[in-house]
Design a protein around this ligand. Structure first.
Ligand SMILES: *Cc1c(COP(=O)(O)O)cnc(C)c1O
Length: 463
């Protein structure tokens, strides 16, 4: 399996090279040259596999055995999910007339652990095998940062620099990052919003001289390995809900920000997983919902919400979908991205919009609706939703049998829960013990040059 860039400017890469490159050197995103398809019999056979075995089977389709021997992949997967507190890793639970896919049983209690526990081990494995070091640079709206930090803390050959928007992540999210005092962990609070952080990261990745001299690596959802790990739970959930009945096509609802999680669902669908549609659920930062409805992708101002991990106006993974939408025409992808950078938006053709609608439905959920959904679900089912999951559940509406991805544990967003049900959520031990721990962070202006200087100085000091 070879990997290529959405913008067509990178010679085909191996899986390992694609993982180490993160963002493609031509500014695009990396994708497998072809998405493998899986026959109905195979889906049926996979339906009752334990999560770890399924993960190996799915990932093996995208990773050459000559590159990572299967026994090594198995061991990587085993270690990555040993940190989860639930035996099913990502259990599906019934809720009302549908299901919730609980993705929050990892160390930081958000779905990003699924991919980042794996990515941390994968990086360590590749660096030990091929030599070299890696300086991970990423921007977070809250959950990616802590999941990434917990994925690589203390790992040899790896430093991690995580930018989060200063005082715009929840207190618990902040503490989950800044209480990790391992010498290889560096938290930077940027005086701006998430998009500022993301822009700085992109700028530094496009500074090829810096990037090469300092071996920068990515953990944002632009890294292909993250998408790959997330494909697994769509398959797993389908198997649990249908029991392997391939004629049963299911619909997933996905609370969406950077389009990473839902893109993994799209990949699963392209692999042939019996899937009806993907419901794209956004909060009032609704650029993606507007796109699905109108075909125009136009950025606006980021508005803070109670679901901050989805407060995003430029969804970095969206370019991957665009690539497929234009049937791999890289020059059109480049055209879209140039137009986006120069005019703040672009539009696809009516025919392309129609094809988008065959896969995606979309709904934007307001703040009041989000809080109301947490309250209503609690009252009716005594099940506590976090505000991101509440956006997804609200977007499902009256549809029956939908599997909604539960992307975070409610205790991570206590303030919203308190507002909804009049009492704070019970803190699981992993969160309760954060209180009173020592923290470390550096506050910097939203300026790529200053972040670069901080990194250079920190690494020169050998910290
Ligand atoms: C990151 C995140 C999302 C959005 O996921 P994307 O892959 O960026 O679309 C939703 N909910 C929570 C809790 C998150 O941490």
């Amino acid at each position: 399996m070879r990997y290529i860039s959405t913008r067509g400017g990178v010679a085909p890469l191996t899986f390992s090279q694609a993982v180490m490159m993160g963002l493609a050197t031509d500014g695009g995103l990396l994708l497998p040259e072809a998405i493998p398809t899986v026959a109905p019999d195979q889906w049926r056979a996979w339906a009752d596999l334990p999560f770890q075995d399924l993960a190996v089977a799915v990932m093996a389709l995208f990773i050459g055995a000559e590159e990572i021997p299967r026994a090594d992949l198995q061991e990587l997967v085993r270690r990555s999910f040993a940190t989860f507190s639930h035996p099913d890793i990502t259990p599906v639970v019934p809720l009302g007339r549908g299901h919730v896919l609980e993705l929050f049983h990892g160390p930081t209690l958000a779905f990003k652990d699924v991919a980042l526990q794996f990515l941390g081990n994968l990086f360590e494995y590749l660096l030990a095998r091929d030599g070299g070091i890696l300086n991970i640079l990423g921007a977070t709206s809250g959950d990616t940062g802590s999941a990434a930090i917990h994925g690589v803390r203390g790992k040899r050959g790896i430093n991690i620099f995580i930018l989060h928007p200063h005082q715009r992540v929840s207190p618990i999210q902040e503490r989950q990052m800044t209480t990790v005092l391992d010498a290889n962990v560096h938290n930077i609070a940027v005086q701006g919003d998430f998009d500022d952080g993301q822009r700085i990261v992109k700028t530094l990745f496009n500074d090829l001289e810096f990037r090469n001299a300092y071996s920068l690596g990515a953990v944002n959802s632009i890294n292909w390995a993250r998408i790959l790990a997330q494909v697994v739970y769509f398959v797993h959930a389908w198997g649990r809900v249908t029991g392997g009945a391939v004629e049963r096509r299911v619909t997933f609802a996905v609370p969406t920000g950077n389009f990473g999680d839902i893109f993994a669902g799209y990949v699963a669908r392209r692999m042939g997983l019996p899937m009806e549609r993907l419901i794209l659920a956004t909060n009032r930062n609704d650029i993606l919902t507007r796109f699905v409805r109108t075909g125009a992708y136009r950025t606006g101002q980021v508005q803070p919400t109670v679901s901050p991990s989805m407060d995003i106006q430029v969804s970095s993974n969206f370019e991957r979908f665009l690539y497929y939408l234009v049937n791999g025409d890289c020059s059109r992808v480049r055209g879209f991205m140039t137009e986006l950078a120069t005019t703040g938006g672009f539009a696809v053709t009516p025919e392309e919009l129609e094809r988008t609608a065959e896969v995606f439905e979309a709904a934007a959920v307001s703040e009041a609706e989000t809080i109301d959904q947490i309250r209503a679900t609690w009252r009716e089912h005594r099940y506590l939703l976090d505000p991101h999951t509440a956006v997804g559940v609200r977007a499902v509406g009256d549809r029956v049998g939908v599997i909604c991805l539960a992307t975070a544990h409610p205790a991570k967003f206590g303030e919203a829960v308190q507002r909804a049900i009049g009492q704070p959520p019970e803190l699981p031990p992993a969160l309760a013990e954060l209180h009173g721990k020592a923290t470390r962070l550096t506050v910097l202006p939203a300026d790529a040059g200053q972040v670069k200087r901080f990194m250079v100085q920190t690494l020169a000091a050998g910290r």
